[in-house]
Design a protein around this ligand. Structure first.
Ligand code: MD3
Ligand code: FE
Length: 211
């Protein structure tokens, strides 16, 4: 029987995609104040999609560029369309944690220029999609989950491929690269729950090399 206090190692979810349960839990209390500070400068907002609908999660971010969406399409932008200013700089500590996290599963030359912040409340989610607005798909995407749990859905290269489900909890690290970098994925509508530090909220950070 594994030691109850031993950290869990990486679980391969798909080819070149790994979940490291609880890896970030020990860093969450230092990350949350950094996130609050970013969201003070670049508030969370819902984004409209080109078809006219609205995403149900709320988005912000930091770094040189952040992913944005409006009726004209999806793109990475150096300017926050809500404030008209540059996005907040990515705190060195967040950058360092993202680089360290990628290295845990063997991606050793990752240097993100974008940290997208997705914020979910119970009843919200994210439909199946691919992340394909980045310039170079050879870099992985590193995801930090904080707050209440969510069911992550992931399929394959085709929208019709069968979908697997895995629950992402506070402190979970997911790294997607290589062969599964362009897999379809999404987040099922969140159930009601409360987290001790964040309340009825899930925050997901995705670190990307977008430029
Ligand atoms: C699989 N975010 O921001 S993170 C997104 O929890 C996004 O907020 C989800 O999908 C969230 O685009 C999922 C895990 C993740 C991130 C990027 C991926 C999974 C991925 C890229 C390719 C395949
Ligand atoms: Fe995505």
């Amino acid at each position: 029987m594994p030691d109850l206090f031993e950290a869990e190692g990486p679980i391969e979810l798909a080819e070149d995609a790994y979940l490291v349960p609880g890896y970030l839990a020990r860093y969450s209390s230092e990350m949350i104040p950094l996130l609050r500070n970013i969201l003070r400068m670049a508030p969370l907002r819902r984004m409209q999609v080109p078809g006219g609908g609205w995403m149900t999660s709320q988005i912000s971010g930091c770094g040189q560029v952040v992913w944005v969406s409006d009726l004209d399409g999806y793109r990475y932008s150096t300017i926050d369309p809500l404030t008209g200013r540059a996005w907040p700089e990515m705190p060195d500590r967040l950058h360092q944690l993202a680089v360290q996290s990628a290295a845990v599963v063997g991606f050793t030359d990752f240097s993100p220029d974008c940290c997208l912040i997705n914020c979910y409340r119970p009843g919200t989610g994210m439909g199946l999609h691919r992340d394909k607005d980045e310039r170079d798909f050879s870099a992985p995407i590193v995801s930090f989950s904080l707050g209440i749990p969510a069911v992550f859905l992931f399929g394959g290269h085709r929208r019709r491929d069968p979908v697997s489900r895995v629950t992402l909890e506070h402190g979970d690290l997911v790294v997607w690269g290589g062969k599964s970098r362009l897999y379809y994925h999404g987040i099922a509508k969140l159930a009601n729950a409360t987290h001790s530090e964040l309340g009825a909220l899930r925050i997901n950070l995705t670190f990307r090399e977008a430029l």
